[in-house]
Design a protein around this ligand. Structure first.
Ligand SMILES: NC(=O)c1ccc[n+]([C@@H]2O[C@H](COP(=O)([O-])OP(=O)(O)OC[C@H]3O[C@@H](n4cnc5c(N)ncnc54)[C@H](OP(=O)(O)O)[C@@H]3O)[C@@H](O)[C@H]2O)c1
Length: 355
């Protein structure tokens, strides 16, 4: 007997509200395929999608009942029904999937997989609509789901900093230094060796962050005032916490030469910063700008080739600090989501969910 199909839903105005709805499989339209979601990763990045669901369109990917949203996640899915002549049962893909047992797609075949053409996804960023075909089972699938989208961001930030001579800085300070995306950036900066890599983190995550070996210095948030950090300084913000940003600007003043806004792990903290902080004005990091620039600088495939060299080194690094933990079924997925939302999970955990 087949297991019942379901969707995991969160309240758009209260991310602690969750529910699991039965989702009977409706007949497919011509040209559509149905995929069974095999597995997906859950990290703070997915919580950021939910926090910015309304403002940045993340709720638009997967239709949901009024007032509820389906959080996008990264993972693997397999075709279980097809009304499209170019797609057959058993084909596997990696990409953006919902926290659900199934998804439907209106695919346009591409060289490497398919492009999702559902009309409600037309205005959304192209990388989220690209699905990569997977032959059989590939190496490091858990790491791919957990780290690939995050490390792509780390890679592009590292490249943007390098492209700008790190704005003349001697130190790069990263908030939420224990997050996987920050670790990816710290790892890349550390390998270049041109700057001091300084991590800011919660007191409970200091020991873990120090143990990674890619930070020259790790400081608890409250300890920034008294810490010796060589300027000029670039700040890369993964926490999105106004209090932390204010403390960084006050501590470094005009020696803060660049403030790069990337994430919002501290999603329930005050995000609004005072207008007249000393030092560089916060600049929102938009990865596609740097990607477009590098496509011009390096030509077709240049960025991908460089990323392909960096990726296995980081996967090996992550094997030393990330414990993959598997969660299966709607109750377990709900608990895992709430743990990631409230940061009761520890930073060395990497959750792979099977719906
Ligand atoms: N702009 C982009 O394109 C892009 C792409 C990828 C990722 N990002 C952003 O980078 C950030 C990191 O994502 P990730 O998936 O790498 O995170 P992750 O590994 O799941 O991060 C876990 C860490 O985040 C902090 N944290 C998480 N939830 C928290 C909460 N509720 N309250 C306080 N701290 C909390 C804690 O770090 P500390 O104790 O060290 O603060 C925790 O150890 C996210 O905001 C994500 O959106 C942005």
């Amino acid at each position: 007997m087949t297991a019942p199909a379901w969707d995991f839903l969160v309240g758009k105005t209260d991310l602690h509200q969750t529910r699991v709805d039965a989702a009977p499989l409706a007949p497919l339209a011509d040209g559509d395929i149905r995929l069974k979601v095999e597995s997906f990763a859950l990290t703070a990045n997915n919580i950021t999608y939910a926090v910015f669901g309304e403002r940045m369109g993340y709720w638009k990917f997967y239709p949901a009942p009024e007032g509820w949203g389906r959080v996008p996640v990264w993972g693997y899915a397999v075709v279980t029904e097809s009304r499209h002549p170019e797609f057959v049962l058993g084909q596997r893909f990696f990409g953006y999937v919902p926290m659900s047992t199934h998804m439907t797609a209106t695919p346009r075949k591409t060289a490497g997989g398919f492009f999702e053409t559902a009309p409600w996804r037309a205005g959304l960023a192209a990388p989220y609509n690209q699905y990569r075909a997977v032959e059989g089972v590939e190496a490091h699938e858990d790491q791919q789901s957990l780290l690939f989208p995050l490390f792509m961001t780390s890679f592009v930030i590292d490249d943007m900093l390098d492209d700008n001579g790190v704005f003349g800085a001697k130190s790069v300070v990263l908030s939420s230094a224990s997050s996987k995306t920050a670790i990816g950036l710290a790892h890349l900066l550390h390998r270049r060796g041109a700057v001091q890599v300084v991590g800011l983190t919660s007191p409970g995550n200091v020991a873990f962050t120090e143990s990674l070996g890619c930070y020259d210095q790790v400081i608890p948030y409250a300890g920034l005032g008294g810490a010796a950090v060589e300027g000029p300084v670039v700040y890369v913000d993964f926490a999105g916490n106004a209090g932390v940003r204010t403390a960084v600007h006050l501590r470094f003043g005009e020696a803060l030469v660049y403030d790069c806004v990337v994430g919002g792990t501290h999603w329930d903290a005050e995000p609004a910063v005072p207008a007249d902080l000393p030092g560089a004005k916060p600049a929102f990091f938009f990865a596609p700008d740097q990607i477009t620039k590098r496509r011009q600088d390096w030509g077709p495939g240049g960025l991908e080739a460089r990323f392909a060299q960096a990726w296995p080194v980081f996967v090996e690094h992550a094997a030393g600090w990330m414990r993959v933990e598997r969660r299966a079924g709607p109750e377990s997925v709900t608990k895992t989501y709430l743990g990631v939302l409230d940061a009761t999970a520890s930073p060395d955990q990497g959750f792979i969910c099977t719906p």
